[in-house]
Design a protein around this ligand. Structure first.
Ligand code: XMP
Ligand code: MG
Length: 190
């Protein structure tokens, strides 16, 4: 019930095949992730959350508000060359951090790890700036991610290879505004 057409109530009738992760499941997981990250940090050295735009924007705002310790926010935008639905590993910085991260404990906040190429590039790039530590929290991970060696300490959900949208994730800039993660109907991109 209610899942007959999950996008209908948000102006996307007939476009989503199903709900993959409902809003309450997302929020529950985010509270658990925030507690786990906070347990590994302390208020003496508050984590600097680096949100990777635009996909992680919904996640980082809920995540930061669920953190029981102080944290600071930074934003970075990268574009990876490739098709609309897969990345190539060639990454360009569209918007860099506003400040120096030397000596900081950085937590990269990612929406989804697919091949892992984008993240592996980002980890190297940020590591070269001399932070005290870098960890990664990713809301979603696809099975392909195991192919590239990237250590992701905190993972929300392992999901199938299907293209997903919502909660920050887009297809041609659409669907970011949905409060849940859904499966895009195949007729929308095939
Ligand atoms: P890689 O392969 O480098 O890609 O780990 C990560 C980036 O690819 C995008 N991506 C998706 N975006 N639905 C989306 O809306 C998906 O199912 C999906 N899979 C990968 C996303 O931008 C991510 O940061
Ligand atoms: Mg995208």
């Amino acid at each position: 019930p209610g899942d007959v057409d999950p996008g209908a109530g948000y102006g996307y009738p007939g476009e989503l095949a199903a709900t993959l992760i409902a809003e309450n499941a997302l929020q529950e997981k985010i509270r658990a992730l925030a507690a786990a990250v906070a347990a590994d940090h302390d208020s003496e050295q508050p984590p600097l959350l680096v949100c990777v735009l635009k996909g992680a924007v919904m996640f980082v705002t809920d995540f930061a508000r669920a953190m029981p310790i102080p944290c600071e926010l930074e934003f970075m935008a990268v574009s990876s060359y490739g098709s609309a639905t897969s990345s190539s590993g060639v990454v360009r910085i569209l918007k860099d951090l506003d400040r120096d991260i030397t000596g900081r404990r950085v937590v990269i906040v990612e929406d989804i790890i697919d091949s892992g190429l984008t993240l592996s590039w980002l980890l190297k790039n940020l590591a070269s700036r001399g932070p005290a530590a870098i960890d990664v929290v990713a809301l979603l991970r696809k099975p392909e991610a195991v192919k590239v060696e990237v250590e992701v300490r905190y993972i929300g959900f392992d999901i199938p290879t299907d293209f997903v949208v919502g909660y920050g994730l887009d297809f041609a800039e659409r669907y970011r505004d949905l409060p849940f993660v859904g499966l895009l109907g195949e007729h929308m991109y095939r």
